[in-house]
Design a protein around this ligand. Structure first.
Ligand SMILES: [Fe+2]
Length: 213
């Protein structure tokens, strides 16, 4: 029995965020499951690491999305504040676990669940509502935030390589565009020559018929 069951009531209508929220629910369920059966400190530590990393990436994604515009400054401040609070709760909890000062109890997990669901249905929903009102720019902003998320994790040399690849790709696209234009022009010229040749043939046939007649 899972401590949280995903429900369509939590869906915000922004697919990327809904998928991330489902993954968070899955991670909290896994944390809960590990308190019941085959408890091991290593397993719990691994799940805490995964949760910390995922929460950092997910909150970062939402914050980048809001940075693209479409949300009121009051909402951005409140939202980022809630994220900072939860990140610090998870950080402290992990440090206490490492120091043997706390164990991961059902009560603690219930608190995480309560916080997350409240955050999704109140603050995340307000963000989605304001972002959805700015359609169709939202799709481009989601794509930009995803791209930013990917490049954030890159090393300096990977970033450099990616920039080179982008430049090479743009150059390739430009060459394809030029070549397509040339082919279209040459095709148009061929059609004109063909029409002229047909007209000439018709004329010759007519002259031949007149000469025979
Ligand atoms: Fe959020």
């Amino acid at each position: 029995m899972h401590i949280i069951k995903w429900s369509s009531d939590f869906a915000l209508g922004i697919d990327e965020i809904d998928e991330q929220h489902k993954a968070l629910v899955g991670m909290i369920n896994a944390l809960d499951a590990s308190t019941h059966a085959e408890y091991s400190v290593e397993n719990m530590r691994r799940l805490l690491d995964e949760l910390n990393a995922y929460v950092r990436d997910h909150f970062g994604f939402e914050e980048r999305l809001m940075a693209g515009g479409g949300c009121s400054p009051e909402l951005v401040t409140r939202h980022c504040g809630e994220h900072a609070y939860f990140r610090s709760v998870l950080r402290d909890l992990t440090a206490d676990f490492d120091n043997g000062r706390t164990s991961i109890t059902v009560t603690l997990i219930e608190y995480l669940v309560h916080w997350l669901l409240h955050h999704i249905v109140v603050v995340d929903r307000a963000m989605a509502h304001q972002l959805n009102a700015s359609e169709p720019a939202l799709k481009a902003r989601v794509a930009a935030a995803l791209m930013q998320e990917m490049t954030d994790d890159l090393t300096e040399s990977e970033r450099h390589l990616l920039a080179e690849l982008r430049r090479a790709n743009e150059e390739l696209e430009r060459q394809v565009e030029v070549r397509t234009r040339e082919l279209r022009d040459s095709n148009r010229q061929l059609q004109t020559d063909l029409d002229a040749a047909r007209a000439e043939t018709r004329l010759l046939k007519a002259e031949l018929a007149a000469a025979k007649g």
